[in-house]
Design a protein around this ligand. Structure first.
Ligand code: SF4
Length: 134
């Protein structure tokens, strides 16, 4: 599979980054284990398209802060968050990458899946989910 994908681009995967965003996403998702979040992360980290890729930690943090609802499956939740944030994101790769990394760290260290450490969280007073998840 990987070899077939690579041969489509004559071994130079940078060709994918020259495609229109929708086509680049489609091409990246053909690789094993590459879903929507990882494909977007590649486009963001390579400064190709200014998207905010979220890992599961970042998505959880933003859901708890009320930016978008938790839906029945991960993909639907991810897309809902992307739509909710679309008009608020800057076209600045450094800001987007920093936001991605900070949200990931916040989710890992404080806003954990179970028993988030809300008493230590700087967002405690603005978070609708604060102290509701124990
Ligand atoms: S207050 Fe609690 S639930 Fe809200 S973002 Fe902080 S750690 Fe997460």
């Amino acid at each position: 599979m990987l070899r077939r994908c690579a041969s489509e681009y004559n071994g130079d995967l940078r060709a994918i980054l020259k495609l229109p965003q929708k086509d680049a996403m489609k091409a990246l998702k053909k690789f094993p284990s590459v879903g929507e979040p990882l494909a977007e992360r590649i486009l963001m980290m390579t400064h190709t398209y200014p998207v905010l890729s979220l890992d599961s930690n970042g998505l959880r943090v933003l859901q708890r802060l009320g930016f978008a609802a938790v839906l029945k499956d991960y993909s639907a939740s991810y897309r809902a968050m992307r739509e909710a944030l679309a008009s608020q994101l800057p076209v600045d790769f450094d800001v987007l990458i920093r936001a991605h990394l900070l949200l990931k760290r916040h989710g890992r260290e404080l806003c954990k899946t179970t028993r988030p450490l809300c008493v230590q969280c700087p967002l405690e007073h603005d978070c609708p989910a604060a102290h509701r998840l124990v």
